[in-house]
Design a protein around this ligand. Structure first.
Ligand code: ATP
Length: 353
C-alpha cells in the first residue's frame, strides 16, 4: 500500500494537556480509515491538524510525499466535512454543491455536469432545487457530502459525519458512506466515538487513548485480538476476570485455573485479566467437563439475541453471555435456572491494561 497521508510523530499540547502525543499514522490512497476513541482522546485535534486549522508543536504531515505541515488549509487538496454540515440556508441544494467550484472559477456546462454528478452520487438529483430548510437531517447530510465530494479531493476528512442522525438512518448511511468511498476512490478519514460505526465502515481503525494509539489494525483484528484491556473494553463487550498467571495456567481466585489463546506469551506472576466475549460463552443444562456451575441472574430479550447474566461461584460481577434467541435452550431457561457455562481456551485472552 502506498501511503497518501503520512502523519509522522505529531504532538499538540494545549497548556498542560497533550491532546495528541507523538502520534504516527499512514493512510492509503483508496482507504477508509477511522479514528476512533472516547471523548477527549485527541481525534478532532488530529483531524484539524491534517486539515490545516491547527499547527502541530512537533512532527510532520505529508500528502503524496509532500510536506504540507506549513501549508495553508485552503491550499491543501483535502476537504473537511463538518458535523454541523454548514450549508448556506439561502442557496438551493445545487447552489450549495456548486459553490466551491464556482469559487475556483468553474462555470457553464462543466460546472453543471460536475454538480449533477455529485448529486447523483448521493442520490439527491430530484431535490436539487430545494433549500436546506426543506430537507430532512439525512438529506442535509447528503448535501454536505456532495459538496465535499464535488471538489474531488484526494482525501476527505469527516468529523462525526453521522452524529446528528437517528440510529436507523445512521446504520443506513454507514453502508452508503462505504459505497461512496469505494465508488469515488477518494481516501476517507473519519472521526467517530462509535465503535460499531468504525467496525462497519472502516478498512482500518486507529483506536486512540489520551493522544496516543492504543491499537491500529483491521476491524476484525481489533475485535478478535485486542492488544490490551482498554481496546477489548472499548470495542464490543467483554467479560474480565482478575487473576494471575501461575505455573499451571491463569488463576482466577474462587473460580479456578484457565488456559487462554495467548497464555504462552504471558510471563509467570503477571497480574492481568482473563477476557471472554459474551457470544463465546457456551451454556448447557447438563454438566460438562470443565464447565462452571452458574445461576441465571438476569435475562434480556433483544429480538435476534438473548443476553444472560450468570452468577458464578465466588464472583461479585455477573458473567454476561449472548446467544441467538433461536437456540432451543432459550425456551426453558429463566431467572433462577441452574446451568453450566464455559468457553474454549482459544476464545479467551489474558489482557493487561
Ligand atoms: P470529542 O469526541 O469529545 O470531540 P476528541 O477525541 O475529538 O473528543 P479533542 O477535541 O481532540 O478530543 O480534545 C483532546 C484534548 O485536548 C481534550 O482534553 C480537550 O479538552 C483538549 N483541547 C482540545 N482543543 C483545545 C483548545 N482549543 N484549547 C484547550 N484544550 C483543548
Amino acid at each position: 500500500m502506498t501511503a497518501l497521508l503520512e502523519v509522522v510523530g505529531v504532538t499538540k499540547a494545549f497548556g498542560p494537556i497533550k491532546a495528541v502525543d507523538n502520534l504516527s499514522i499512514s493512510v492509503g490512497g483508496n482507504e477508509f480509515f477511522a479514528l476512533l476513541g472516547p471523548s477527549g482522546c485527541g481525534k478532532t485535534t488530529l483531524l484539524r491538524m491534517i486539515a490545516g486549522f491547527e499547527k502541530p508543536d512537533q512532527g510532520r504531515i505529508l500528502l503524496d510525499g509532500i510536506d504540507i505541515t506549513d501549508m495553508k488549509a485552503n491550499k491543501r487538496p483535502i476537504n473537511l466535512m463538518f458535523q454541523s454540515y454548514a450549508l448556506f440556508p439561502h442557496m438551493t441544494v445545487a447552489g450549495n454543491v456548486a459553490y466551491g467550484l464556482e469559487m475556483e472559477g468553474l462555470r457553464g456546462a462543466e460546472l453543471s455536469r460536475r454538480v449533477d454528478e455529485a448529486l447523483a452520487l448521493v442520490q439527491l438529483s430530484s431535490l436539487s432545487a430545494r433549500k436546506p430548510a426543506q430537507l430532512s437531517g439525512g438529506q442535509k447530510q447528503r448535501v454536505a457530502l456532495a459538496r465535499a465530494l464535488v471538489k474531488r479531493p484526494k482525501l476527505l476528512l469527516l468529523d462525526e459525519p453521522l452524529g446528528a442522525l437517528d440510529k436507523k438512518l445512521r446504520e443506513q448511511m454507514q453502508i452508503e458512506l462505504k459505497r461512496l468511498q469505494q465508488e469515488t476512490g477518494i481516501a476517507f478519514l473519519v472521526v467517530t466515538h462509535d465503535q460499531e460505526e468504525a467496525l462497519t465502515m472502516a478498512d482500518r481503525i486507529a483506536l486512540l487513548r489520551q493522544g496516543y494509539i492504543a491499537q491500529l489494525g483491521e476491524p476484525r483484528a481489533l475485535y478478535e485480538r485486542p492488544d490490551n484491556r482498554f481496546v477489548a473494553d472499548f470495542i464490543g463487550q467483554m467479560n474480565f476476570f482478575e487473576g494471575q498467571r501461575g505455573a499451571n495456567g491463569f488463576e482466577v481466585p474462587g473460580l479456578g485455573l484457565f488456559d487462554a489463546a495467548n497464555i504462552a506469551a504471558i510471563p509467570l506472576g503477571t497480574k492481568a485479566a482473563l477476557a471472554v466475549r459474551p457470544e463465546r460463552v457456551v451454556i448447557s443444562e447438563t454438566e460438562q467437563a470443565g464447565a462452571l456451575p452458574a445461576e441465571i441472574d438476569g435475562l434480556a430479550y433483544l429480538g435476534q439475541d438473548l443476553i444472560l447474566h450468570l452468577k458464578l461461584p465466588g464472583q461479585a460481577k455477573p458473567l454476561v453471555a449472548r446467544m441467538p434467541a433461536a437456540n432451543p435452550l432459550t425456551t426453558h431457561i429463566a431467572r433462577g435456572s441452574q446451568v453450566w457455562c464455559g468457553w474454549s481456551a482459544a476464545n479467551s485472552l489474558i489482557l493487561s491494561e
